[in-house]
Design a protein around this ligand. Structure first.
Ligand code: ZN
Ligand code: ZN
Length: 354
């Protein structure tokens, strides 16, 4: 009996022995669910967790019980010459209730700033979703013992199947051979779930990128008839930064520097994701070179690439202009003789020289 511990834990959480009947399981869950349902506890995260834990225990205990019943029924059906086919619909939450289905996924778009995506953030989401009915706590009936005779099999627990020429007796799919069914809940029509709003604290991990989807298991729509809930898909939308451009785990940044720094090198303060750092610029830096700052990317992975936007002086004093012209001349660089730069007197000099 390898499975026994798991099963026993579920029963124990409900304060029951492993041999409890469905009625006892329903009753025990109902008492605890009343106490911990988020609707009755101001939607605190503890109550949500506790209720989720109880719901799982309830499902596991019911599953364990139904599985035992199913095996017993199958055995009895086989002994009596019954067929057991068609009892469970494909895609249904087989082990629980014949009409139980998995809940569908819920999608939520979460806009984040550039910095929030880099560092991670907790966001409280308000989600419109099908939730376990607060009247029956997802059980589909308001009282655990409000049975009436099964209308499909008239209480016999079995039905005739076939096309007239070949009839066989099968276990009734509505009551699972019990001959009776529970009265449907007035709050949810027996589905065990109803439309509502739930709050969920989503912990977005550091380093998520625009377009990423985070899947939170079990936080989607509630399943019908106590079936497993669907997942919550959080679609992350990340805003832009004025300072940084991101590609995967790499960060690109452009910083202003005087054009002489490209020649002589030097030290410059550069913003990074972890704050300002002093970067040494090597002398003789070619235009448009990307300097790599290792380990300065997202989450310590990747790098920051730095490009210097070289500032060229536009307002020069006569002395500064002369220094630059002298430099250009020694290098043999052309010096355009523009009136705006040199003035009319220089133009005059040029003519006189000729
Ligand atoms: Zn209900
Ligand atoms: Zn029936």
């Amino acid at each position: 009996m390898k499975k026994a511990p798991v099963k026993n834990t579920a029963f124990r959480k409900l304060g029951l022995d492993a041999g409890a009947t469905t009625q006892q399981i329903r009753q025990a869950f109902r008492v605890l669910a009343k106490k911990y349902h988020p609707d009755r506890n101001n939607h605190t995260s503890q109550s949500a967790e506790k209720f989720k834990d109880l719901s799982i225990a309830y499902r596991e205990a019911m599953t364990a019980h139904k599985e035992m019943t199913r095996q017993k029924l199958e055995k009895n059906a086989a002994a009596a010459g019954f067929s057991f086919s068609g009892l469970f619909r494909p895609g249904a939450d087989k082990c629980f209730h014949p009409l139980a289905t998995h809940g569908k996924k819920v999608e939520a778009d979460v806009p984040l700033t550039f910095e929030e995506a880099i560092r991670g953030v907790s966001v409280e989401l308000k989600i419109q979703a099908l939730m376990p009915c607060p009247k029956c706590f997802g059980q589909g009936s308001e009282k655990p013992d409000d049975f009436f005779g099964c209308p499909k099999c008239q209480g016999s627990g079995s039905i005739l199947e076939g096309d007239g020429s070949f009839l066989s007796r099968a276990v009734c799919p509505k009551c699972l051979g019990e001959g009776r069914v529970l009265k449907k809940c007035g709050g949810c029509g027996g589905e065990g779930r109803s439309e509502g709003e739930k709050r969920f604290m989503a912990h977005i991990p550091a380093g998520v990128d625009d377009g990423n989807t985070i899947t939170i298991p079990g936080e989607g729509h509630a399943g019908a008839m106590g079936g497993r809930p669907g997942d919550l898909h959080i679609n992350v939308r990340v805003g832009e930064s004025k300072m940084f451009l991101r590609k995967g785990n790499d960060i690109f940044h452009e910083t202003q520097a005087p054009f002489t720094m490209a020649v002589f090198g030097g030290k410059i303060v550069v913003p990074t994701l972890d704050g300002d750092v002093l970067v040494t610029i090597p002398p003789g830096l070619r235009a448009n070179t990307l300097l790599r700052l290792n380990g300065r990317g997202v989450n310590g992975k990747g790098s920051q690439f730095l490009r210097l936007a070289l500032e060229v002086p536009t307002q020069l004093t006569a002395k500064e202009k002369k220094i630059l012209e002298d430099f250009a001349r020694t290098k043999g660089y052309p010096i355009p003789e523009q009136p705006s730069l040199g003035g009319w007197d220089r133009l005059g000099r040029l003519f006189r020289r000729g």
